[in-house]
Design a protein around this ligand. Structure first.
Ligand code: NAI
Length: 331
C-alpha cells in the first residue's frame, strides 16, 4: 500500500525500512509534520502514517479524505491528537500501536527520578568545567520513600515493579484496580487523596481524556506533600502548566520531570536551537534547576522502535487485506 509517512525522523526510517522487508509497502518518507498546510502532500496516498505530534483535527482529516486517504496508521499508543468523531464521519479508519515497550517509558521515568534526585545533570556539566565541588548535589535514598503511581496500565505496572526493587513503598491508583497484581508485588490501591498526601514521588500514567485534562492543577498540587517530585511521561495536558510553575516558585513542588508538555506540538522533536523560543511557559520551566525536561523521548529505545515499525506495518497489511483490525481506535 502507498503510505505517506509524516514527521519522519532518521531513527524511525531505519526501523521501518527493516520491518518493510517483510511487508513490501511503498513508503514515502516526509520530514515535515502533518498539519493543515502540509496535508495536501498526502494526495494519492490511501494510507497516512502519523506520530504523536502530528495534527489530525477535522480540517486536516477532511483534506486527507479529499486526497483519497482511507487509513490513518498511528505510530503511537496515544490518540488524543486525532478528532475521532471527524474521522468516523469521513469514514477514515484509525489504527494505533497500543503497546510497544512499557519498559522503555517506565525505565525513562527512573532515569528522570534519579537525575533530579542525584543531580547528575548538574554534576556532568560542572565536571566538564573542572568544578569538582559537591555543594548543592545532595540527594536522597529512594529506599523507604513512597511513590504514588497514578494509572496502573502497562507502563504504570512496570514502573511499580521496578520501584519495589528500590525498596520504595508503592501506592497505586486506577479506577480499574488490579488486585491480583497489587497482591503479587505486595502493594495496595489507595484513593488519589492518599497518593497526594503520602507520596514523596508521584508519576502519571493515565491517558489524556476530557476527564483527566489538568488533573494536576492548583487544587491537587495543594494536596501534595511539600517538596514532592512530580514526573509526567503521560501527556502534557494532564498538568496545568501555569499552576505547576506557581507551585515550583513556592517550593510546593520540589522537582518536576517532564517528558511531555501541554504545548509540545511544533516544539518537541524539532531542532529550534537557532530560533527564539516563543513559548513563555516553557521558557520559564527551563529556568528551574529542579526541572528536567526531555523531548517526549520516553519511547525511544531500539526495542520500542522495532515494535512500533512491526505493528504499524502489520496494521496496514491487515487493512489492505480486509482482515480484522485488532488495533482499531473507535469513538
Ligand atoms: P494503558 O491503557 O495500559 O493504561 C492506562 C491506565 O490508566 C489504565 O489502567 C486506566 O484504567 C488508567 N486510568 C484512566 N483514567 C485514570 C484516572 N483518571 N486515574 C487513574 N488512572 C486512570 O496505557 P499505557 O500503555 O500504560 O500508557 C499510559 C500513557 O502513557 C498513555 O496514555 C500515553 O499517553 C503515555 N505514553 C507516553 C509515551 C512517551 O514516550 N512519553 C509513550 C507511550 C505512552
Amino acid at each position: 500500500m502507498k503510505i505517506a509517512f509524516f514527521d519522519c525522523h532518521p531513527f524511525e526510517r531505519e526501523a521501518f525500512d527493516r520491518a518493510n522487508e517483510k511487508s513490501n509497502h511503498e513508503i514515502h518518507y516526509i520530514e515535515t509534520r502533518l498539519q493543515e498546510s502540509t496535508a495536501a502532500l498526502a494526495a494519492g496516498y490511501p494510507c497516512v502514517c502519523a506520530f504523536a505530534n502530528d495534527c489530525l483535527n477535522s480540517q486536516v482529516l477532511a483534506i486527507l479524505k479529499s486526497g483519497g486517504t482511507k487509513l490513518i496508521a498511528l505510530r503511537s499508543a496515544g490518540f488524543n491528537h486525532v478528532d475521532l468523531a471527524a474521522a468516523k464521519s469521513l469514514d477514515l479508519k484509525v489504527l494505533r500501536v497500543p503497546e510497544y515497550s512499557p519498559y522503555a517509558i517506565a525505565e525513562h521515568v527512573v532515569a528522570m527520578i534519579q537525575t533530579l534526585n542525584r543531580k547528575t545533570h548538574r554534576a556532568y556539566n560542572r565536571i566538564r568545567e573542572g568544578n569538582f565541588s559537591l555543594s548543592g548535589l545532595v540527594g536522597f535514598d529512594l529506599h523507604g520513600k513512597t511513590i504514588g503511581i497514578i494509572g496502573t496500565g502497562r507502563i504504570g505496572k512496570v514502573l511499580a515493579r521496578i520501584m519495589t526493587g528500590f525498596g520504595c513503598r508503592v501506592l497505586l491508583n486506577d479506577p480499574k484496580s488490579d488486585l491480583v497484581f497489587a497482591d503479587e508485588i505486595h502493594c495496595r490501591y489507595v484513593d488519589v487523596e492518599e497518593i497526594f498526601r503520602e507520596s514523596d514521588i508521584i508519576s502519571l500514567h493515565m491517558p489524556m481524556t476530557p476527564e483527566t485534562r489538568h488533573f494536576i492543577n492548583s487544587a491537587t498540587l495543594g494536596q501534595m506533600k511539600k517538596g514532592v517530585m512530580l514526573i509526567n511521561t503521560g501527556r502534557g495536558a494532564l498538568i496545568d502548566t501555569v499552576a505547576l510553575i506557581d507551585a515550583l516558585k513556592t517550593g510546593q513542588i520540589g522537582y518536576a520531570g517532564l517528558d511531555v508538555y501541554e504545548e509540545e506540538e511544533g516544539v518537541f522533536f524539532q531542532d529550534l536551537s537557532g530560533q527564539i523560543l516563543s513559548d513563555d511557559h516553557l521558557a520559564r520551566l527551563m529556568t528551574f534547576p529542579n526541572v528536567l525536561i526531555t523531548s517526549h523521548q520516553g519511547f525511544l529505545t531500539n526495542e520500542a522502535l522495532k515494535n512500533i515499525a512491526d505493528t504499524t506495518l502489520l496494521n496496514i497489511t491487515a487493512f489492505e487485506k480486509g482482515e480484522i483490525l485488532v488495533n482499531e481506535v473507535k469513538t
